[in-house]
Design a protein around this ligand. Structure first.
Ligand SMILES: [Zn+2]
Length: 374
């Protein structure tokens, strides 16, 4: 188990309430129907094959066959989108254990993240433990911390340049993958922690996967392309691909948690929170663009992020069906269920949230728990 660092008061949710038990029972009943399975969904294996083939074809065509700048540009964008989709649709399910009932299948599919440059071992603490448990809690959810570049909560210090963060952050999202692969992982390794959590000591296999991943990523992203092309051409294509990856991944995660409708609860001095776990997830998470098949494919179903946070060990291909159950159950229990209908509306909401947090005297986040929310 990952241990919380002693100095940070460990947040405590209220005991599970009626909504939690009811939504769990309804979803389990739906999954128990004949022909359904929470994991090992045949369509998920087919989707994985399509995405990996998309990556392989894009990379091979870009490195070995592209003969014009426009072909190289289009293939770089295609490569970047394929990398983002490997992240959101394949490695994300796998590292949650939502891909297969077999641990080894999840582990092998989870290495897709290492091959894209970022450590799956660190991700499982950063994402599964810190972000999923303590969503949108400033001191604990590492996804809210992007260094001095942006201010995403009222608890974070306001700097002069944050006034323009709603404009420049879209460009910085483009550097997400190289920063993650060559900087963030090493910061986490050297400090031994992610947010308020201590990293477990890596097993020999995790250590080997981490370094094999860094070497593999460097080989396909830099060394082999440099064998075929000049440095400037390789760097331009890498920047284009990196922007396609970073903006797609950042948008996937930010539009669910860093938008106007998402709550940012604060933890009481004794660690108390005002909601139980399930209602906390609904208060801090917003679905977006439901029913948009392109967004759902590229985002690995994470536009249904409420369902993902409630049922992270269920294959993402089930999320559109689960959304109908979760929405109906929330309505029956009087719990707010938040959805931004379209992709552009969600992008606009994230833009306005960044602008508000970067303003000199930002308005507080939307209150979700009287007396406990910033
Ligand atoms: Zn997740």
């Amino acid at each position: 188990m990952t241990a919380a660092v002693e100095e940070a008061p460990r947040p405590r949710f209220l005991p599970h309430g009626a909504f939690h038990y009811d939504v769990k029972a309804r979803v389990e009943a739906w999954l128990a129907q004949p022909g359904r399975s929470a994991r090992d969904v045949p369509a998920m294996y087919a989707k994985t094959a399509i995405i990996l083939a998309w990556f392989a074809v894009s990379w091979t065509a870009l490195v070995f066959f592209a003969s014009s700048w426009w072909a190289a540009g289009a293939l770089s964008v295609s490569l970047g989108l394929a990398i983002a989709t490997i992240g959101s649709a394949v490695m994300h399910d796998a590292n949650h254990g939502a891909y297969s009932r077999h641990v080894w299948v999840n582990r092998v599919a989870g290495w897709a993240l290492d091959a894209m440059g970022a450590s799956s071992y660190i991700w499982r603490t950063k994402h599964n433990a810190a972000h999923h448990t303590w969503t949108n809690l400033d001191a604990h959810d590492d996804d809210l911390h992007v260094g001095p570049f942006a201010r995403l909560t009222v608890e974070q210090p306001l700097r002069a340049w944050h006034r323009a963060q709603h404009l420049y952050m879209w460009g910085l999202y483009g550097f997400l993958l190289p920063k993650w692969a060559y900087f963030d992982d090493f910061v986490n390794l050297s400090t031994g922690r992610v947010g308020s959590l201590r990293l477990d000591k890596p097993s020999r296999g995790e250590w080997a996967a981490l370094w094999a991943g860094k070497v593999t990523f460097t080989l396909w992203a830099l060394v082999i392309p440099l064998w075929r092309h000049d440095l400037l051409s390789v760097l331009v294509c890498l920047v284009v691909a990196s922007f396609a990856t970073g903006v797609t991944l950042a948008v996937t995660f930010q539009l669910a948690h860093c938008v106007e409708d998402a709550g940012f609860p604060v933890v009481a001095a004794d660690g108390r929170l005002g909601l139980d776990f399930a209602e906390h997830q609904l208060a801090t998470t917003v679905d977006f663009a439901p029913g948009n098949p392109i967004v759902t494919f590229l985002a690995g179903g994470l536009n249904y992020q409420v369902e993902h946070h409630l049922f992270p060990k269920v294959c993402h291909l089930h999320y559109p069906a689960l959304a109908r159950i979760v929405e109906a159950t929330a309505r029956d229990h009087g719990v707010a269920y938040r959805v931004t209908p379209g992709l552009w509306a969600a992008i606009g909401s994230h833009y306005r949230m960044l602008r508000k947090m970067g303003a000199a005297a930002p308005a507080p986040h939307r209150s979700v728990q009287a007396g406990l929310v910033a």
